[in-house]
Write a new protein. Structure first.
Lengths: 112, 110
């Protein structure tokens, strides 16, 4: 089954403790992206990747890192999480930029 | 000002009614337009995708784009309780700018 898989689905952690949210897709998609979703603000893009080893900042990249060493994986790294990063995070992928994106089921992060 | 404005609702309609959802956008460079549906605790899923002005129909769903007014709409005919979800509009420009509306929560009452 074609899918985008995120882990973990839920995480409660404390300020400053490094964490990684993994994202994997099995559709051989070139383009991958991370979003955060907050009430009243909708989906905002954090980082995106046009292809392996090519990443770029979205609208809200501060406090986040990403890497794209393999086509299928696009982890999101929070080196020193802070409470304002408490949010619902989505990973998405598409065949290429501009093509419809497939989303994962989300990761709800709570940072205390 | 956000680049894509969408009324968050909530919108509540009886089963069988027509649901009308709207977004406005400010950037003339936006060339592609999408509607996503998001159920609770799930990721958004693509409903409609279009790049031109006019109407696009898919079953009970019609997407309408008016580039001169920078206005996009989604109509759901014969609405069902299973249509209860949050609907997100999205726009994409040729220079890789992707923007989402805040989403409208719709409840279809049986």
């Amino acid at each position: 089954e074609a899918q985008v898989t995120q882990n973990p689905r839920y995480l409660i952690t404390v300020t400053g403790k490094k964490l990684t949210v993994t994202c994997s897709q099995n559709m051989n998609h070139e383009y991958m992206s991370w979003y955060r979703q907050d009430p009243g603000l909708g989906l905002r893009q954090i980082y995106y990747s046009m292809n392996v080893e090519v990443t770029d900042k979205g609208d809200v990249p501060e406090g986040y890192k990403v890497s794209r060493k393999e086509k299928r994986n696009f982890p999101l790294i929070l080196e020193s999480p802070s409470p304002n990063q408490t949010s619902l995070y989505f990973c998405a992928s598409s065949l290429a930029f501009g093509q419809p994106q497939h989303f994962g089921d989300g990761t709800r992060l709570s940072i205390l | 000002q956000k680049e894509v404005e969408q009324d968050p609702g909530p919108l509540s309609v009886p089963e069988g009614a027509i649901v009308s959802l709207n977004c406005t956008y400010s950037n003339s460079a936006f060339q592609y337009f999408m509607w996503y549906r998001q159920y609770s605790r799930k990721g958004p899923e693509l409903l409609m995708y279009t790049y031109s002005s006019g109407n696009k129909e898919d079953g009970r769903f019609t997407a309408q784009v008016d580039k001169s007014s920078k206005y996009i709409s989604l109509f759901i005919r014969d609405s069902q309780p299973s249509d209860s979800a949050t609907y997100l509009c999205a726009t994409l420009s040729n220079d890789y700018k992707l923007s989402f509306g805040a989403g409208t929560t719709v409840t279809v009452r049986a």
